[in-house]
Design a protein around this ligand. Structure first.
Ligand SMILES: [Zn+2]
Length: 144
């Protein structure tokens, strides 16, 4: 299946519901799935990992459709000739897409303390009014 065929499939299956939900709510679902992928990447359940990749791709595809973006055309336009920055395949940039070891916790600067009176860093899980992402939106729930 090509990316364009997958995009059409997702439009056929979810397009109406996704349009009714809107960009903000759909993006919340996308981010939630990214979080589930993060957990799956840390785990050992291979089947769950594959499902989470599929979910993230499906929600990404939905967002592209909602905004009239042909995902296959966009991806090919940017990456078909190799790295968009240096034009090489493989990339020969010295500072593009750092290897995983550059992203370990020790390489990440410690967060700076919030100034006094600043809002707490942890937001409530459920937005006021129980909008998208509450996990109870049956219309938006996909297999998890
Ligand atoms: Zn490059």
């Amino acid at each position: 299946m090509k990316i364009s065929e997958f995009q059409q499939l997702i439009e056929d299956v979810y397009g109406e519901k996704d349009l009714a939900r809107g960009t903000a709510g759909t993006f919340m679902w996308f981010v939630e799935e990214v979080g589930e992928l993060a957990r799956a990447l840390k785990g050992t359940d291979r089947r769950n990992l594959e499902e989470e990749f599929a979910d993230v791709l499906a929600w990404l595809t939905t967002l592209a459709s909602m905004h009239g973006v042909d995902l296959q055309a966009a991806a090919c336009a940017k990456y078909q000739q190799g790295c968009p920055r240096c034009g090489s395949n493989p990339c020969s940039c010295s500072d593009h897409r750092p290897v995983h070891s550059d992203l370990t916790a020790s390489a990440v600067p410690a967060p700076t303390p919030a100034p006094e009176g600043a809002a707490p860093r942890t937001a409530p899980r459920t937005a006021p009014g129980g909008s998208a992402g509450s996990g109870t939106d049956a219309g938006g729930q996909r297999a998890t």
